[in-house]
Design a protein around this ligand. Structure first.
Ligand SMILES: [Zn+2]
Length: 305
């Protein structure tokens, strides 16, 4: 082969490599943008950032904390949400999760966890202690209990404040109060990651909020997962002023029959300067952080109602 022919082949090969790398780079960026817009997939390398996915389950509750190889799930929405929740977690790149937290046995929190526990490996499953007198108000509890018994997970029953750590994620699990109201038995979870914090309030109502304030536990948080879907049963002025959130996330279904979120509750969060993100409007809401700054990514663009 002549020197000229070798040079031509080399030049064509180099051009081909440069072209391919440009296409792949732009394709990758395009894919990433598309993924965030539609959340059809999330690349494995993005796991090295810290995320909290406030996963849209309609009238229910579900949050997924992901960082590096660690994944924690808090509630799973209704039973109908279970399969999609499992798929979402697999798309995030997880074949197993560190911990599944079932805040309380109402169908809009525990329902979707049945499918998840049946299909994904978990190291731990965290459950609050529920008084026997309330078991008649527990939805799907037998089915959930069977799934938990059949899993290889270690079960932790929370009756006092307890810390769990996964990598740089610190979770403080705070039991509610044992009353005749199941919502107030909800497990509250305070998440700390480097310099940011998130308070997941499940469905606690004012009685439990007051108890938590009086307990002296540090409830301050950058982000609050608003208690009880923004119901007027919860989010008292005293509680909001204790937490002092910069961001308030509300999980509910658009035009739901409960009237969630309550207008007065929304005003209370706005009055202290918190930015409100509703899953019924934004779809999935994702908190992204480097441990200092918080960035919110939403599935749907917001159009003022
Ligand atoms: Zn609920």
């Amino acid at each position: 082969m002549s020197k000229r022919a070798v040079k031509i082949i080399l030049a064509v090969t180099m051009l081909f490599v440069i072209l391919c790398s440009c296409i792949l780079e732009h394709y990758g960026e395009f894919e990433r943008l598309m993924n965030y817009a539609g959340l059809t997939d999330v690349y494995a390398e993005d796991r090295f950032k810290f995320y909290v996915h406030f996963y849209d389950v309609g009238q229910g509750d579900c949050s997924i904390i992901s960082y590096d190889k660690h994944c924690v799930v808090i509630d799973g929405g209704e039973k109908i949400n279970g399969k999609e929740l499992y798929r979402y977690i697999r798309k995030l790149g997880y074949k197993k999760v560190d911990c599944i937290i079932a805040t309380h046995p109402h169908s809009d929190h525990i329902g979707g966890l049945i499918y998840l526990v049946n299909h994904i490996e978990a190291d731990f499953i965290v459950i609050p202690v529920i008084p026997d007198s309330l078991m008649s108000d527990a939805d799907y509890y037998d089915e959930f209990t069977i799934a938990v018994q059949n899993s290889s997970a270690q079960v932790i029953y929370i009756s006092e404040v307890q810390d769990l750590q996964y990598g740089g994620i610190n979770l403080t699990l705070i039991p509610g109060i044992l009353t005749d109201n199941m919502n107030n038995c909800s497990l509250v979870t305070k998440l700390n990651f480097q310099n940011i914090s998130v308070l997941f309030c499940a469905d606690i109502e004012t009685e439990c909020e007051n108890y938590l304030i009086q307990s002296g536990i540090d409830l301050s948080a950058d982000v609050i997962k608003v208690p009880h879907h923004g119901s007027d049963s919860s989010s008292s002025d005293a509680f909001i002023n204790t937490v002092k959130p910069k961001y308030a996330i509300i999980s509910d279904l658009l035009n739901n029959s409960y009237g969630h979120p309550d207008k007065a509750v929304m005003k209370r969060y706005k009055d202290i300067g918190a930015e409100i993100y509703r899953t019924d409007i934004y779809g999935n809401v994702i908190l992204e952080s480097d441990g200092d700054e918080i960035n919110m990514i939403v599935e749907r663009n917001f159009h003022e109602q």
